[in-house]
Design a protein around this ligand. Structure first.
Ligand SMILES: NC(=O)c1ccc[n+]([C@@H]2O[C@H](COP(=O)([O-])OP(=O)(O)OC[C@H]3O[C@@H](n4cnc5c(N)ncnc54)[C@H](O)[C@@H]3O)[C@@H](O)[C@H]2O)c1
Length: 262
């Protein structure tokens, strides 16, 4: 018996990285997973996961497309119990060089994407008097940030406000809405961030990042999958509107000198 037996979970940005990790963990616990992504690779990822997982090409920025997918999933599978809003892009640019277009693109994917998918799925949650929403925000913005992350930080902090507002509005309807705040997780996005920080030296930057993480390693998509799956399960039914940091202790140190730290 798995905690997601008989349940259907829709995951955005699931072709690879954290979305793939979330999909794999939910499928391993008995859920039927609907993987969605801008990339056509999503159908291969779904096939590889098996367990009835299906893939849809879907842009979270396009509300009509999102609604079409959600309606089709409910018509075919009869229900959606879990929405994991994970699709994302990064933006590493000095503030004064961040064009309005780049800012708008970042906000569109990271904020409107969460908005669109939640809006399309919520009517089904309300009909069922049941729903679990897990938003993949970030520590970047709500908790910490490095230089060149103004647009990304603004977007991810906004996702936290969205999470609390949806949580309180629908708490009485047995719908929870929580946020996962990852630190550095070894995915293509983290590599891209490292590459943009020092072109041609991504591995060196990743090594430097890992040195600063108290647990000494970056996280994995599976780490994110286990946390998202918990928040999406009935075991978390009394938790709502909460940001959960998952960063190997990275946001903890007050200094890098006291107590003999390197
Ligand atoms: N990797 C990290 O260190 C880290 C840290 C904190 C938060 N996050 C967040 O985790 C989430 C997943 O990131 P990742 O690291 O797996 O990145 P990734 O680049 O490996 O995967 C992101 C996926 O989202 C998809 N995507 C992008 N735009 C989309 C759109 N408009 N519609 C649908 N799909 C779209 C991409 O095609 C890709 O498959 C993001 O929201 C990211 O901000 C990642």
């Amino acid at each position: 018996m798995g905690v997601f037996d008989g349940k259907v979970a829709l995951v955005t940005g699931a072709a690879r990285g954290n979305g793939e990790g979330i999909s794999r963990v939910i499928a391993s616990k008995g859920g039927t997973v609907v993987l969605t992504d801008l990339s056509e690779k999503v159908t291969d990822t779904a096939k590889d996961i098996g367990c009835g997982a299906v893939g849809y090409v879907m842009d979270v920025c396009d509300y009509d497309a999102v609604k079409r997918v959600v309606d089709d999933v409910v018509a075919k599978l009869g229900r959606i119990d879990v929405l994991a809003n994970n699709a994302g892009i990064t933006c590493i640019t000095p503030f004064l060089e961040t064009t309005d277009e780049l800012r708008d693109r970042t906000l569109k994917v990271l904020q409107n994407g969460v908005w669109n998918c939640t809006k399309a799925v919520l009517p089904y949650f309300l009909k069922a008097n049941y729903g679990r929403i897990v938003n993949i925000s970030s520590v970047t913005g709500p908790v910490v940030c490095d230089p060149y992350e103004v647009a990304y930080s603004m977007a991810k902090a906004g996702v936290m406000g969205f999470t609390r507002a949806v949580a309180v509005e629908y708490a009485a309807r047995n719908i929870t809405c929580n946020a996962v705040l990852p630190g550095y997780i070894l995915t293509n996005m983290a590599r891209e961030t490292a590459e943009r920080s020092k072109p041609g030296h991504a591995d060196e930057i990743i090594g430097e990042i890992e040195k600063g993480i108290p647990m000494g390693r970056m996280g994995t998509p599976q780490d994110i999958g286990y946390l998202a799956a918990f928040l999406a399960s009935d075991e978390a039914s009394y938790i709502t509107g909460i940001p959960v940091i998952i960063d190997g202790g990275n946001a903890l140190p007050e200094t890098n000198a006291v107590g003999g730290q390197k």
